[in-house]
Design a protein around this ligand. Structure first.
Ligand code: PAF
Length: 258
């Protein structure tokens, strides 16, 4: 059977009005994204579709989490392909709000965390996680899902959102989903389209090196010797986290430390 095309909401108030019509015994799974959907997103959406009555996908490129304006303006926008992925992944509703709708206060209010969010990606991208936590809180309040799904590729983001939900006694269950990888080992990401074919193969070394090195410092040295510009390789919460540039593209990954 061909899956139905999802219903698209471009208005937050229309979505909220519609959400009120859904009976409380219907379960809602939610996958927030910034679009440019790839197989990693599809796996989150399919998991949500298999575990809930309805799945909501949001697409919103959130300016408050970018500290480089060019990174924000160059963020890939692939609406036609996104709709295909959403349809094939059995998404029921897509929320695509505007900046004005999401930030009626012009970001006067924001949410921040004062420990883990300052490390790793937060250390080199000031205010990044304030932007992420703020937009995710707003979206969770709008969608009011039973479960929300996040990829482990952004494990720091997943943990911060998971712990935020616990800290604020939110009823949503924040669910981690395993990282999907290319054959080379490269973690799937919307940014990978900016790598050359050769770059994509070479970027597979990140996963191999952080998995095989005994120490974070050793992994960092090996990546540098292969031509990566390392931002960090550090261990927290039994995981090894890495951010490194290749061909000017910032790539992140993490693995469990055995
Ligand atoms: O992971 C992302 O795509 C974004 O950080 C998120 C969670 C959609 C918030 O803008």
């Amino acid at each position: 059977m061909t899956p139905n095309t999802p219903r698209v909401f471009e208005s937050v108030s229309e979505f909220i009005a519609f959400r009120k019509t859904i009976s409380p015994d219907i379960t809602i799974g939610f996958v927030p994204t910034m679009g440019a959907l790839h197989s990693g997103h599809a796996s989150l959406l399919k998991k949500s579709a298999s575990e809930n009555d309805f799945t909501v996908l949001s697409i919103f490129v959130n300016p408050t989490q970018f500290n480089e304006k060019s990174d924000f303006t160059n963020y890939p926008k692939t609406w036609n392909e996104d709709l295909e992925v959403a349809t094939a992944s059995e998404v029921d509703f897509i929320l695509m709000p505007t900046y004005e709708q999401m930030y009626p206060d012009q970001y006067r209010y924001k949410l921040s965390e004062n420990d883990f969010s300052k490390k790793l990606c937060g250390g080199s991208r000031e205010g990044h996680f304030d932007g992420v936590l703020t937009i995710v809180m707003k979206l969770l309040n709008i969608v009011s899902p039973n479960c929300a799904y996040f990829g482990e590729k952004d494990y720091q983001q997943f943990k911060l959102i998971h712990d935020m939900a616990a800290s604020f006694f939110m009823t949503v269950e924040v669910i981690p989903c395993p990282t999907l990888r290319e054959d080379s080992g490269l973690a799937m990401s919307s940014r990978n389209v900016r790598l050359s074919g050769e770059g994509k193969t070479k970027a597979g070394l990140i996963y191999k090196i952080i998995t095989e090195s005994k120490l974070a410092s050793e992994a960092s040295e090996k990546l540098t010797s292969h031509g990566f510009k390392v931002d960090y390789v550090e261990d927290y919460y039994n995981r090894r986290f890495v951010a490194a540039f290749l061909e000017g593209v910032r790539l992140i990954d993490n693995v469990e430390i055995k």
